[in-house]
Design a protein around this ligand. Structure first.
Ligand SMILES: O=c1ccn([C@H]2C[C@H](O)[C@@H](CO)O2)c(=O)[nH]1
Ligand SMILES: [Zn+2]
Length: 132
């Protein structure tokens, strides 16, 4: 799949964002190893700390359906430059992706930047650390 197509899926996912509080809509698209796309948007709550980011919505949707082979991720928002995922989403990406998993950070103007999960969260805490 073309990168632009994956980003377009994230743009479509963003349209479903539930953001009455921040008004900051974000979309994410996870491409699985078999080519399937799992989309996610951010979903807010009157109890603000419960707000869930688009990236985690998409990843949790995939994992909850047994789809754990994540190939690539795209994220989009109406930002000046490429959107930057929050720390919690970086940690969740580190749990379910490899350090070299590509992440495409985009905005609505057509600007995008390719990075990777390892680049977004170097020196991350992982399940290996739990082994002592
Ligand atoms: O990469 C990001 C950054 C922020 N948000 C959401 C969380 C909240 O709903 C709103 C404002 O922080 O944007 C995402 O979904 N992804
Ligand atoms: Zn986040």
């Amino acid at each position: 799949m073309e990168i632009r197509e994956l980003i377009e899926h994230s743009r479509q996912a963003r349209e479903r964002a539930y953001v009455p509080y921040s008004k900051f809509a974000v979309g994410a698209a996870v491409e699985l190893a078999d080519g399937e796309i799992v989309k996610g948007c951010n979903i807010e709550n009157a109890a603000y700390p419960l707000c869930l980011c688009a990236e985690r919505t998409a990843i949790f949707k995939a994992v909850s359906e047994g789809k754990t082979e994540i190939k690539r991720i795209a994220v989009i928002a109406d930002t000046a430059g490429p959107v930057s995922p929050c720390g919690s989403c970086r940690q969740v990406m580190a749990e379910f992706c490899r350090p070299d998993t590509p992440v495409f950070l985009a905005n609505l103007k057509g600007v995008y930047q390719e990075t990777s999960v390892g680049e977004l969260l170097p020196f991350s805490f992982t399940k290996e650390d739990l082994q002592g």
